[in-house]
Structures are given as structure tokens and as C-alpha cells.
Design a protein around this ligand. Structure first.
Ligand code: FAD
Length: 292
């Protein structure tokens, strides 16, 4: 299929992009295009105006500021994966992003684009939500910051108003004793979207889990914090969170209980719940064992 005709805009500042986005009808932002151009090609989306943000250098940075790592929305997955700042502070994020598609997709696709697709199966969101990340959104009326967990409304629907651009992802640097892990299950080893995914954050102090977050992906209309699984692991010892463990069995079942999966071409709802239960146990144990 051919791409339908559109006007192509290529601003080199965020201010100009916001202006174009707010003064042109039927416009869409183009980052890596790995999602948008596929949808346009399939005839699922049509836009009169495409505003590329690929020439905007102010969206392409990774920096440390006030105990946070801040990533510009226009940074491609492979640059995050290879960043020394990410590898020393958030290696689990590099690991999660290495599971996105293929090398070609990771060389074009951006973190901002991944979040803005709003796909329940997107690979960056679960770990970022477990890390309590926020996002900065810029529009004609100014800048706002939103907790990432509140960004997702439904599958492919996010809280971006007309004319708004996601500009940064803001991630608190985990405190000492934090363990993180992301597990993804797809139908192939590479270039497969998640059928089920789980991200886990645990904070271990004096051999005990004092804080946690279990976030499940691709098993509900949005990435979701499993409140039940999270409650079960808080207060437990490292031994209780190491397989084989009744507590981990309970946490796995609790995550499955919190999920609302669909039946689709990649897997049935019952199958997804079973995989989620196994993946949750594994992700919790690996997060606990990753604590240095
Ligand atoms: C073969 C293949 C395999 C894939 N595998 C995976 C996978 O395993 N895991 C996964 O998570 N994804 C996967 N994807 C989906 C996609 O590649 C990723 O989600 C990618 O990160 C999208 O980023 P992008 O920069 O290409 O976004 P684009 O395609 O440029 O944009 C995606 C959407 O977000 C909007 N947008 C982009 N940036 C912004 C911004 N800064 N502010 C506001 N709106 C914005 C666009 O208007 C569009 O609606 C795959 C895609 C392909 C083609």
C-alpha cells in the first residue's frame, strides 16, 4: 500500500513544532515513524499535515539533574540502551528497551513515540511506571508534568490534548537497595510485540521488601499497577521472595487476578493469565536478586 499524500513539516525547534501543530488542521507528530507510518500505510490513519520532530535537537538528550535521569522524547531506543548514564543508573531500563522490536526498529523508534502510541503492550511503560516516572508535556498554553501512570487512558488513547507534544521523561534515580526487572513474553524471540509483560521494582532494607511496584503490560487496556501483587510482596523477606515460594505463587495469582486480558490472534485471555502468573513470579525474584 502507498502512503497517502500529506504536507511534510520539518521544524528544528520545539516552539516551532508546537506552533505548526496548533495552526494546521488534521496534523500528526512524526518521531521515528515506526508506528505512525505503518498505520498510515495500512490506511488506518490519514493526516493532511505531518510534523516531524526528528530535527529538534532539544528533544535528544539524556542527562542527570537533581537525582533524576531525564530523557528527551526524541531519543531513539538504541541511544538509551547504549547510554553510560542509563547503564550506570538504570540498567534495567536498557534491558527493557533492548526487547523492543528489532535493531532497525530500535534505531528509528523513540521513547516518546513508544509512550505516545498508548499501546497497552508497549515495552517502555511498565518499567517506567514501576520507577514512578513522570512526563513533561508542552502545548500552546504551556508546560505540564504528569505521572506516567496517569497518562494511559485506554489502548491507544493517552492524555495528550490537541496540539500537545511529549517533551521529556523524568525518572527518579532509584535509592540504594532497589531491585528492578522487566520480563516480556512474545511469540518470537525478536520483533515480537508483548503478549504479556511484567515490570517489578522492590526496595530491600534489612532483608525485607519495604516498598514495591508490580506493573503488568499487554493484559489490560493500559499498562497497570497490580495493587494485589504489590501488597503481597511488601513486608516479605528476601527468602520469601525467592523461588520456590508460596508468597510468589500468591503474587503471581494476584497479578493474574488484577489483569483484564483480551482474546486475540496472539493469545487467549486464559493463556495470558497463566503466562502472567509465571512471569510475575520470575520478575519479582529477579528484581530481588538484582539488588546489590
Ligand atoms: C516491526 C515492528 C516491531 C515492533 N516491536 C515493538 C516491540 O517489541 N515493543 C514495542 O513497544 N513497540 C514495538 N513496535 C512499535 C513501535 O516501533 C514503537 O512503539 C516505537 O517506539 C514508536 O516510536 P516512534 O518514534 O517510531 O513513533 P512514531 O511512529 O513516530 O509515533 C507513534 C505515535 O506517537 C505520536 N508521537 C510520537 N512522538 C510524539 C511526541 N513526542 N509527542 C506527541 N506525540 C508523539 C505520533 O503522532 C504517533 O501517533 C514495533 C513496530 C514495528 C514496525
Amino acid at each position: 500500500m502507498y502512503i497517502s499524500e500529506f504536507n511534510y513539516h520539518n521544524p528544528d525547534t520545539l516552539k516551532e513544532a508546537i506552533h505548526l501543530f496548533n495552526t494546521h488542521d488534521d496534523a500528526a507528530i512524526l518521531a521515528g515513524g515506526t508506528d505512525l507510518l505503518v498505520e498510515i500505510k495500512k490506511g488506518l490513519r490519514h493526516h493532511k499535515n505531518i510534523i516531524s520532530i526528528t530535527s529538534i535537537d532539544e528533544l535528544k538528550f539524556i542527562k542527570e539533574e537533581n537525582h533524576h535521569i531525564i530523557i528527551g522524547a526524541g531519543v531513539i531506543h538504541n541511544d538509551i540502551i547504549d547510554s553510560p548514564l542509563i547503564l550506570s543508573n538504570l540498567p534495567a531500563l536498557a534491558d527493557a528497551l533492548s526487547k523492543v522490536g528489532s535493531d532497525q526498529v530500535r534505531n528509528a523508534g523513540t521513547i516518546g513515540g513508544n509512550l505516545c502510541t498508548g499501546a497497552a503492550c508497549c515495552d517502555s511503560a511498565p518499567l517506567l511506571i514501576a520507577l514512578d516516572a513522570s512526563i513533561e508535556i508542552v502545548g500552546a498554553s504551556g508546560i505540564r508534568v504528569l505521572s506516567l501512570k496517569d497518562f494511559f487512558v485506554f489502548n491507544k488513547i493517552v492524555k495528550l490534548s490537541k496540539g500537545e507534544i511529549l517533551s521529556k521523561v523524568i525518572i527518579p534515580i532509584p535509592e540504594a537497595g532497589t531491585g528492578l526487572h522487566y520480563e516480556k513474553f512474545g511469540l518470537r524471540e525478536a520483533a515480537a510485540v508483548s503478549v504479556v509483560s511484567v515490570a517489578v521494582m522492590v526496595l530491600i532494607k534489612n532483608n525485607q521488601c519495604v516498598k514495591a511496584s508490580v506493573v503488568i503490560g499487554a493484559v489490560a487496556p493500559t499498562p497497570l499497577i497490580s495493587g494485589k501483587a504489590t501488597c503481597i510482596i511488601i513486608g516479605k523477606t528476601v527468602q520469601e521472595l525467592t523461588l520456590p515460594s508460596e508468597i510468589l505463587d500468591q503474587a503471581g495469582d494476584a497479578a493474574a487476578d488484577d489483569s483484564i486480558p483480551i482474546d486475540d490472534i496472539r493469545g487467549g485471555a486464559k493463556y495470558r493469565k497463566q503466562i502472567l502468573s509465571v512471569l510475575t513470579k520470575r520478575a519479582i525474584e529477579k528484581a530481588v536478586l538484582s539488588v546489590k
